[in-house]
Design a binder for this molecule. Structure first.
Ligand code: FES
Length: 459
């Protein structure tokens, strides 16, 4: 059912074998630009990466009530995620077992059954076929056999409200797959005393660039000073020129290290302003108190007005009481751009965004993004959070349009590949501890990509 036809020829095998070159002794790391432009490479990615890795589907808060559902394309396939009447989660292929129509056309809703709009077959919220118009003309027992039920995606997993699916029935468990990225999801989730929720709907946009470019871009501290200079100018004009803004506006600035007592919860030491390899191709760039923007639960900025100061202090006091001073500092004052292989980004910075991106063609991706916030947040705090979100992370904010333009310019640049076939991703490679403006987090992605794609040579 999940097999895709092979398009791989000897030339593609060669490209995949030679796509990522690394020489640690020289500090050299190169990625061949054909991986951003070649249709056959994308086909191999679909079969090797998207058919076997855990893929983010949605957040549990989007289907909080029994009977609620969402429909989305995940990994190129139309799916339904629902919570049945008993509260159990299901992920179904959104394909009718009769003649293949989409069973559910709505984006979300609440119902105890799904009726295919074509001939009216009805499935209950556990995928069981329960009604067929003109059933007497069907083969005896066919409806009752279970053979015609909705088909469930082979694997479904949830961690701290983040729901993932996997098309590979033999895939490792979600917890093993997430590896040390679980620690980041813990920090994100602990901001809400009673949990976190997706706020509003899905933000959708498309970019004329290869999907992997957004993975690189989403945790690229090096580009902030140039690509996002307008945002930094805006912050400086609104809140005054702080040391943090000055430092981010200068790509040559020395990193800031803030030590936390008793080690930290994401690694082995107290150096928080650096890149962390979280295993299985996941990575995070993290810092504490070093970014120029305000954080709704920790860092007041003048642009929020004096009234906000007291409320933020009170929120922070309660979180310290709940989590302890050290954990509260990590949770509320830590900025983290996290990459979960292959295509999930969770940026917990001035606000929290969940973002996925899927390839449509080698030079086009579709992006979905959601804002995440603590359940039960006060209206004023929620307002600050969402304004922060829209200012920078939203599709019309200061960041996303500038990023989109840069990614599309890269894709255009890749049309010239004669004598300039390689991207250089070696920044900080010879450092003992690469920092947030280095490119180690991208190398973590590319090493995993190479490891997986090398399997194409056996196909
Ligand atoms: Fe769904 Fe016929 S295709 S009922």
């Amino acid at each position: 059912m999940l097999q895709r036809p092979s398009l791989l020829n000897a030339e593609v095998h060669h490209v995949l074998r030679e796509a990522v070159l690394e020489d640690r002794s020289l500090g050299a790391f190169k990625v061949n630009r054909r991986v951003f432009t070649d249709e056959a490479v994308l086909e191999a990615e679909r079969r090797i990466i998207f058919d076997h890795c855990w893929l983010y589907f949605g957040h549990g808060s989007e289907i909080a009530q029994p009977g609620s559902f969402i429909t989305r394309r995940v990994g190129g396939r139309p799916l339904i995620l629902n919570r049945d009447r008993t509260g159990k989660l299901h992920a179904f292929f959104n394909t009718c077992s009769h003649r293949g129509a989409l069973v559910c056309r709505e984006r979300n809703g609440k119902r105890r059954s799904f009726q295919c709009p074509y001939h009216g077959w009805v499935y209950d919220d556990r995928g069981v076929l329960i009604a067929v118009p003109g059933k007497e003309s069907m083969a005896p027992g066919l409806v009752e056999s279970g053979e015609m039920n909705l088909v469930e995606v082979p694997k479904l997993g949830e961690y701290r409200g983040f729901v993932f699916i996997n098309f590979d029935p033999n895939a490792m468990s979600l917890e093993d797959y997430l590896a040390d990225a679980k620690a980041v999801l813990d920090l994100v989730s602990e901001q809400g005393e009673t949990g976190m929720e997706v706020v509003g709907g899905t933000q959708e946009y498309a970019v004329n660039a290869n999907w992997k470019l957004l993975q690189e871009n989403s945790a690229d501290g090096y580009h902030a000073a140039t690509t996002h200079s307008t945002y930094l100018d805006y912050i400086a004009s609104r809140d005054g020129m702080s040391d943090n803004t000055r430092r981010m506006a200068d790509p040559a600035a020395t990193r800031v290290v803030k030590a936390l007592p008793d080690g930290d919860d994401m690694g082995q030491d107290n150096d928080f302003n650096r890149v962390r390899d979280l295993g299985n191709g996941h990575a995070v760039i993290a810092s504490i108190g070093a970014a120029p923007w305000g954080r709704p639960y920790a860092r007041w900025v003048p642009g929020w007005g004096e009234d906000a100061k007291a409320e933020i202090s009170e929120i922070a006091r309660k979180i310290v009481k709940r989590l302890g001073a050290r954990r509260a500092e990590l949770v509320t004052n830590g900025d983290r751009n996290t990459l979960i292989f292959p295509n999930l980004v969770i940026n917990d910075i001035m606000a929290i965004t969940i973002r996925t991106f899927y390839p449509v063609r080698p030079n086009r991706m579709e992006v979905n993004a959601w804002a995440l916030g603590p359940i039960g947040e006060s209206p004023t705090s929620r307002d600050r959070r969402l304004r922060n979100f829209l200012e920078f992370l939203g599709p019309a904010g200061f960041a996303s349009p500038d990023d989109v333009e840069m990614l599309e310019m890269c894709q255009s640049g890749y049309e010239n590949q004669i004598g300039m076939e390689w991207n250089d991703i070696s920044r900080g490679m010879l450092k003992e501890r690469p920092t947030n403006t280095d490119e180690e987090q991208m190398r973590v992605f590319w090493r995993r990509w190479k490891n997986l794609m090398s399997r194409a040579n056996n196909m």
